[in-house]
Design a protein around this ligand. Structure first.
Ligand code: SF4
Length: 64
């Protein structure tokens, strides 16, 4: 299971980074848009990643 961010949809609100900093971060080199780690989610961080996906205001996060 991995997390993906649709950069076109992301509005850089920072919520995902606040909820799940192990997975999401807002990066200068993507114009402040969120990026997800390019690694499989773990038992420790998958719950917060799913939480971020469900709370993202623009539904920009995909977990699959
Ligand atoms: Fe972007 Fe959604 Fe994360 Fe906000 S919660 S920074 S809109 S991906």
């Amino acid at each position: 299971m991995k997390a993906y961010v649709d950069k076109e949809a992301c509005i850089s609100c920072g919520l995902c980074e606040s909820l799940c900093p192990d997975v999401f971060s807002l990066e200068d080199d993507t114009d402040g848009k969120a990026v997800a780690v390019d690694e499989e989610l773990t038992d420790d961080n998958s719950d917060c990643a799913k939480d971020a996906a469900s709370q993202c205001p623009t539904e920009a996060i995909l977990i699959e």
